[in-house]
Design a protein around this ligand. Structure first.
Ligand SMILES: [Zn+2]
Ligand SMILES: [Zn+2]
Length: 363
């Protein structure tokens, strides 16, 4: 999988201008003629170990990622910031592999109307040093709302210099659009979580209650002007060989992000992620991706074997989740017309693997 990483000379700040649009600092814009050597780094930002409810020691978990084509992994145990220094002492290699600190804030909110009396508002914190404990006894906040606990927890992550990642919105059918409307722009959002019981695709129950897919909820939020950046993650817990034979096991290797950065360091990765210079994937990989407020262009990496003749469908999506264009094949371009609100791409191959690029906000 090493050949997925393409080295290229690209105008980094052009891509950085994509997701955040007007939020971008003028200083960054003025450097847009400066070409910098960057490359793609593959990483997973949601991982559990024995320090919480994962079933392998952190060293084994980090080693799994290192030996399976990843450049970085963020260890995100529940309520614990696992010390990654000993892991990096053994496994880190310049420009090859790095372990980042993180935590999952396992916040719940008491809600008698919910199926099991509570709703789940988990938030992963990337790059923090001290754990952020959820509100309430056993992490169950009472007398408050989902929106208020997201406000508090995402705010705490940002105050600690970290990146906040909204987790698995459909886990126990917990998260609704109104819960996330106050989340600050450039927060991360799990458009795909590889844990097999988190209901990424949404659903309707016998009583007719409907929850949109995580992707459709993302579009609702983007349509409301919320600049959330889509990530795909493993949320892995089980690492023994048997887990890989069980479709309901929570094994690693299912979903990740590709980050474009000049170097493999926590600060460079976090800066690129914060600026939206990355895409999410469950298996579709890009050879090239360029975006500006005028145009999005991408080229999909070919399959590895000649007998693999999969086909690719790129949907460019705008305000209201509307499909603006369907493009087939390995290259896709969309030129902005100016009335789309935002434009992003979802690529799906003929075997169900996908990639999601970040929204570019048009006027
Ligand atoms: Zn969770
Ligand atoms: Zn988790």
């Amino acid at each position: 999988m090493r050949d997925w990483k393409r080295v290229g000379l690209v105008v980094t700040t052009l891509a950085m201008a994509t997701a955040l649009g007007s939020a971008l600092a003028p200083a960054a814009r003025s450097q847009s003629n400066v070409a910098a050597a960057t490359r793609w780094y593959r990483g997973n930002t949601h991982t559990h170990t024995l320090a919480s409810d994962g079933n392998a020691p952190a060293l084994d978990v980090a080693r799994w990622y290192k030996t399976h084509g990843y450049d970085f992994v963020v260890i995100t145990d529940h309520e614990v910031v696992t010390d990654v220094d000993p892991l990096n002492a053994q496994l880190a290699e310049p420009d090859k592999f790095l372990v980042l600190r993180g935590q999952e804030i396992t916040q719940k909110v008491l809600d008698p109307s919910a199926q099991d009396g509570r709703r789940q508002a988990h938030v992963v914190a990337i790059g923090i040093t001290n754990p952020i404990l959820p509100l309430g006894e056993k992490g169950i906040a009472t007398g408050t709302t989902m929106a208020a606990v997201y406000d508090r927890n995402v705010g705490a992550v940002r105050a600690a210099g970290g990146l906040a990642q909204i987790n698995h919105p459909n886990f126990r059918w917990s998260v609704r659009e109104a819960d996330l409307l106050n989340v600050p722009d450039s927060s991360l959002y799990e458009v795909w979580n590889g844990h097999p019981w988190v209901n990424n695709l949404g659903g309707r129950d016998e009583a007719g209650r409907v929850a949109p897919s995580a992707e459709a909820l993302w579009d609702s939020l983007l349509t409301r002007g919320k600049v959330l950046l889509g990530v795909a993650t493993d949320d892995a817990h089980e690492y023994q060989p048997a887990a890989f034979e069980d479709p309901l096991a929570t094994h690693p290797g299912r979903a990740w992000i590709m980050v474009r950065a000049a170097t493999l360091s926590a600060s460079a990765l976090m800066a690129s992620i914060r600026s939206g210079d990355f895409y999410a994937s469950t298996g579709v990989m890009l050879d090239d991706y360029q975006a500006s407020r005028a145009k999005i262009q991408l080229r999909i990496a070919p399959p590895h074997r000649p007998e693999d003749v999969r086909r690719y469908h790129t949907r460019f999506i705008g305000r209201g989740g509307r499909v603006l264009a369907d493009v087939y094949g390995r290259t896709a371009t969309y030129e902005m017309k100016g009335n789309e609100g935002y434009v992003r791409a979802t690529i799906t191959d003929s075997n169900g693997l996908q990639a999601w690029t970040q929204p570019v906000f048009v006027k």
